[in-house]
Design a protein around this ligand. Structure first.
Ligand code: MN
Length: 465
C-alpha cells in the first residue's frame, strides 16, 4: 500500500496548499452510502484544516452537470465515488482543476493521470477490496494522521457497497486495513454472528423479519409467522417482561433461530441457499449508542442509503460529520419511511402477480401506483436477490412525475451470459426520446410514459439479440 499512501500524501499536500491560499474547493460526491461517507471524509478532513470547502451530493455525473459545475467558478473540484468514466469530459470542462478519488473501473489511459487516484491503479480490485470510503479514509490520513478516528466510516462504506465478499462476509484489501485500524483503536468489534438488523436492540422475531438482503420468502416482513415458529421451537423469547435480543442468545439458541428461518423459507417454497449469507462477520461500532442504527455497520450503511434514496443526502452527511442529535433523529425517521415504502411495494407486488411478466430470463415489473419512483431501484435490487430472480434480468418501470416513467434494471448475481445494461438502457431510452445509462449490472432510464411499450420492445430485442 506504500505507493497509494505516497500518492495520497502528494495530493493531500497539493490540496492543503490550495486551502492555505484561501482557494474555494468543491467536493462533489455520489448520493449513495459510499458516496456520502467518502465525500464527508474528504470534506471534514479539509474543513478541519481551515479550508474554504463546500460539499455537494449528486445522483449522477454527466457532461451537462460538469459544465454547470465549471460555471460555478470554484478554484478546485474533488470528485469522490464518481467521475472515473468521465475523465476526458472533466479535463475539457475543468482543465487541471480537479481530482477524482474513486474505485470504479476506468480506461487504462485515464488510470495514470495526475488528476485521478483510483483503487484499480494500485493493484486493488475496486469491486471487492476498496471502496471510495476506504480510499477517502487513506486520503484523510494523509491530510492528518489524527483522522484515524474516521476509520469506522470507511468500514461502513465498504459494507454498504457490498464489498464484504471475503470468507464469512469479511472485508479484504484496503477495506480490511481500515477495519484493523478501527479494531486496534477500540472503535469497532468483529464477531461471528447472525447478521440480522437490531441484534442488540430488537426482539428476535422483529430482527429476523427485517431481513431484506437477501430477501427471504416466508420470512421477510412475516413478524407473526416468525414469532409463532420461534415459540414452537421452544426458544425462550422473553426475560421477565422484556424481549430478548439476538445478541443475548447462546450459540445453540442462535442455531435454533437459523433452523426456524430455514424451515419458514423451505415451507413457503423459497431457496434456502441464501441462508448462509445470514451468518458472518458482524461489525459493531463501540462508540455508537446501542439503540441507534449506527451501532451496526450494515445498518449504518442502510441508513445512509435511505437518506440518499429519499432525497435527503445532506441529513446523511450531517450524521457522518458527527451530529447525533437532530440529524440522527431525522435520518432514523427517513430510514423507517424507506423500509415501510419498500415493504409496501413488495407486498403489493406479491398480491398482484400480473404486475410481473417474464419472458425467459427477462422479467418486467410494472410498479405504477405501488412503487414510488425513488424506491424503484432498491425494490428491483431486492427482487434480483430473491429466490427465483437471481438468474434473471429484472427491469422495473414506474410512474415518475406527471408524464414520465422511471426505469431501473439489474442483472441477478447468478445470471448466465454477458449483458451490458448501461448500453441497453441508454439506447432504448434515447430511441423513445428519453435518457438512460449506468453500469453493466445496474442501469436505469427515464422515458415518456406513453412510450412504455416501445421501450420494452426495444429492450427485449436488444437483450435477445
Ligand atoms: Mn462506491
Amino acid at each position: 500500500m506504500e505507493p497509494l499512501k505516497a500518492r495520497f500524501d502528494s495530493v493531500a499536500r497539493g490540496l492543503l496548499d490550495l486551502a492555505a491560499s484561501g482557494r474555494r474547493i468543491l467536493v462533489v460526491t455520489h448520493i449513495d452510502a459510499d458516496g456520502i461517507l467518502s465525500g464527508s471524509m474528504v470534506f471534514s478532513s479539509l474543513a478541519k484544516k481551515g479550508a474554504n470547502v463546500v460539499l455537494r451530493c449528486i445522483p449522477d455525473l454527466d457532461p451537462g452537470l460538469i459544465s454547470e459545475l465549471a460555471s460555478q467558478r470554484y478554484d478546485f473540484y474533488v470528485f469522490t465515488d464518481l467521475g472515473s468514466a468521465l475523465v476526458r469530459e472533466l479535463e475539457s470542462g475543468l482543465g487541471q482543476r480537479f481530482l477524482v478519488i474513486d474505485h470504479h473501473q476506468l480506461a487504462e489511459e485515464d488510470m495514470k493521470k495526475a488528476a485521478v487516484v483510483n483503487a484499480w491503479d494500485f493493484g486493488l480490485d475496486g469491486g471487492r477490496e476498496a471502496c471510495s470510503s476506504s480510499m477517502a479514509y487513506e486520503f484523510a490520513l494523509s491530510v492528518d494522521p489524527s483522522n484515524r478516528d474516521l476509520s469506522p466510516l470507511a468500514v461502513v462504506g465498504a459494507v454498504a457497497d457490498r464489498q464484504d465478499g471475503g470468507p464469512d462476509r469479511s472485508l479484504t484489501g484496503l477495506n480490511k486495513m481500515a477495519l484493523e485500524d478501527a479494531v486496534a483503536d477500540g472503535l469497532a468489534r468483529v464477531s461471528k454472528d447472525l447478521l440480522f438488523i437490531g441484534r442488540e436492540t430488537r426482539p428476535v422475531h422483529e430482527s429476523v423479519a427485517l431481513t431484506s438482503t437477501p430477501y427471504l420468502k416466508g420470512v421477510t416482513g412475516n413478524k407473526e409467522g416468525i414469532l409463532s415458529s420461534l415459540h414452537q421451537s421452544g426458544l425462550v423469547l422473553k426475560e421477565g417482561a422484556s424481549w430478548r435480543t439476538l445478541s443475548t442468545l447462546t450459540e445453540d439458541e442462535k442455531k435454533k433461530v437459523t433452523e426456524v428461518v430455514a424451515g419458514l423459507v423451505a415451507s413457503s417454497g423459497g431457496n434456502t441457499g441464501s441462508i448462509a449469507e445470514l451468518v458472518g462477520d458482524a461489525i459493531t461500532l463501540a462508540g455508537e449508542d446501542a439503540f441507534t442504527p449506527l451501532r451496526d455497520v450494515r445498518e449504518f450503511g442502510t441508513l445512509l442509503n435511505a437518506c440518499g434514496r429519499m432525497g435527503e443526502p445532506g441529513t446523511g452527511v450531517s450524521v457522518c460529520l458527527g451530529d447525533r442529535g437532530n440529524s440522527l433523529a431525522a435520518a432514523m425517521a427517513i430510514l423507517s419511511q424507506y423500509r415501510m415504502g419498500i415493504g409496501r411495494a413488495l407486498q403489493a407486488l406479491s398480491e398482484d402477480p400480473a404486475r410481473i411478466t417474464a419472458s425467459g430470463w427477462l422479467v418486467f415489473v410494472h410498479g405504477d401506483g405501488v412503487i414510488e419512483d425513488k424506491l424503484l431501484g432498491p425494490v428491483i435490487s431486492i427482487l434480483t436477490s430473491s429466490p427465483g430472480y437471481t438468474d434473471k434480468i429484472v427491469v422495473g418501470l414506474t410512474k415518475s412525475g406527471e408524464s414520465d416513467l422511471k426505469v431501473s434494471s439489474r442483472v441477478g448475481d447468478a445470471h448466465q451470459g454477458e449483458v451490458n445494461l448501461g448500453v441497453v438502457m441508454r439506447a432504448a431510452g434515447e430511441a423513445v426520446r428519453g435518457v438512460g445509462g449506468g453500469h453493466s449490472m445496474a442501469a436505469g432510464a427515464k422515458i415518456p410514459a406513453t412510450e412504455a411499450e416501445a421501450f420494452e420492445r426495444m429492450v427485449v430485442e436488444m437483450l435477445a439479440g
